[in-house]
Design a protein around this ligand. Structure first.
Ligand code: PLZ
Length: 449
């Protein structure tokens, strides 16, 4: 691996946020719509690997990767080179007007990597939400059916259709309706909160029985699911749940659309989380890590389905932007060459080995779960299942003050999640986890103020 220009070490030279960040925060509040918020007002000047350098010269450990985006690391050399070279050649033509090879090459790569051996086709877009919208467009067009089934705790985006698909009201949907129709929500398999001993098959039956009763299988275009839910709380369904849902879909002519926008591209220790239980979705949405930090998203699906949509039915001005495509090819190469799926598994093992033992000392840690480099802690009030969002918030804030960026998530806001760049160095990860463990000790031992 090339040596990075920025030292992969945490180093604080001011309190956080520092004076320059505070100045920028003042400018921001006069200029930026407050509806767009930031979890921690520390402004970034540059970044490399798993280190963010702020405008005051502090080096922070990034255990969030911009929400699972910079899996190949910040400023990954191959991505930087590819983007710079492409921008100098041409930045944009619009693929729908004058096409170019990079778009085709990204679709070829996606078709080869996506689960299943059947012929596939892909289309490229700008954001995860846009990819999800297009998966639904394709599913409805192909099946001639309208209903879309989604799950409790699901997150699929912030556009009008994807707000309807997303489960949580605050902050995503509050007063932003009316929402798109023909969206139906059913229970997810949530082993920590489901009745004791409920199997994946039983949880699937609970969901499919509700679909049949409330929607009617014949009306369903697709079942849309995150194989491991991201924003909803890193919820890993019980074994057997996804295969049973897939089988139900298959038997009823319902398309299975897997949203792997957060889980995809090595994050969970495989190229895609569906692979863990051998699920082959009919449609797959991807974004985030695919392009190493450049905005790019895709729908990849069975050729016999995707080919049904009429010419000109899908597209957009920027979808498959050349620089974003160049970045994607470089990021995918990096994942392959550096075996980042294996790196993700190693990260998961390290995180669980470090944080797992804390559960014995802190009964507030109700659950530690996830797969690969996608691990979370769910916090509850001791001896209960009652979510403790306040504790999660205080732990996250303590980490931030110490120069470690961790994120919370969860329908109840009580989950702390780790999504480090997959190239994070061992010592840096160990330091980040020590800070998190220290913050957990500090917050969970102290009485709530
Ligand atoms: N599907 C599974 O995780 C994006 C959203 C953060 P966009 N998740 C982070 C926020 O608060 O906006 C996401 C996802 C899954 C779809 C999306 C949407 O992807 O690129 O943010 O549109």
């Amino acid at each position: 691996m090339e040596t990075s220009p920025i030292k992969q070490q945490r180093n604080l030279v001011t309190e956080l946020p520092g004076p320059n960040s505070k100045d920028l925060e003042r400018r921001r509040s006069a200029a930026v719509a407050p509806g767009v918020s930031s979890v921690f007002p520390v402004y970034v000047r540059e970044a490399s690997g798993a280190i963010l350098v702020d405008v005051d010269g502090n080096s922070l450990i990034d255990l969030g990767a911009g929400i699972a985006v910079t899996s190949v690391g910040h400023a990954a050399p191959a991505v930087v080179d590819a983007v710079q070279a492409q921008i100098a050649r041409f930045a944009h033509t619009c693929f729908m007007i004058s096409p170019y090879e990079l778009y085709v090459a990204v679709c070829e790569a996606l078709n080869a990597l996506a689960p299943g051996d059947q012929p596939k086709r892909s289309a490229l877009f700008n954001s995860g939400a846009e990819a999800v919208e297009n998966a639904v467009k394709i599913a409805r067009h192909v099946t001639g059916r309208q209903a879309v089934v989604v799950f409790d705790h699901a997150y699929h985006g912030r556009t009008n259709l994807t707000m309807a698909l997303t489960a949580k009201n605050m902050p995503y949907r509050e007063k932003f309706g009316p929402f798109a129709p023909e969206v139906y929500r059913v229970p997810m398999s949530y082993p920590f909160r489901d009745p004791d001993g409920m199997t994946g098959e039983q949880a699937a039956a609970r969901a499919t029985e509700q679909i049949e009763r409330q929607v009617g299988a014949d009306n369903v275009a697709c079942v849309l699911i995150e194989p491991i839910q991201g924003e909803g709380g890193f919820i890993v369904p019980a074994p057997g749940f996804l295969p049973a849902i897939a089988a139900w879909c298959h038997d009823r002519g319902v398309l299975l659309a897997a949203d792997e926008i957060q889980t995809g591209f090595c994050r969970t220790g495989d190229w895609f989380a569906c692979e863990f239980e051998g699920i082959v979705p009919d449609l797959l949405t991807t974004a985030k890590a695919m392009a190493g930090g450049m905005p790019l998203a895709a729908v990849t699906g069975r050729a016999d389905l995707v080919d049904v949509v009429h010419s000109g039915g899908l597209g957009g001005t920027y979808g498959g932007n050349p620089a974003a495509c160049a970045a994607a090819l470089a990021a995918i190469d990096t994942m392959r060459n550096e075996d980042l799926a294996v790196a993700a598994r190693d990260i998961g093992d390290t995180v669980v080995a470090r944080l797992g033992p804390l559960q014995a000392s802190y009964p507030c840690i109700g659950d530690i779960r996830g797969r690969g480099a996608m691990i979370a802690l769910e916090l509850v009030r001791p001896g209960t299942m009652e979510p403790d969002a306040e504790a999660a918030k205080r732990i996250v804030q303590a980490c931030h003050r110490a120069g470690v960026v961790v994120l919370s998530c969860g329908s109840y806001g009580n989950v702390i999640r780790l999504l480090p760049p997959l190239v994070i160095e061992e010592e840096l990860l160990a330091d980040g986890l020590d800070v998190l463990a220290g913050a957990i000790g500090e917050v969970l031992s102290a009485p709530a103020s």
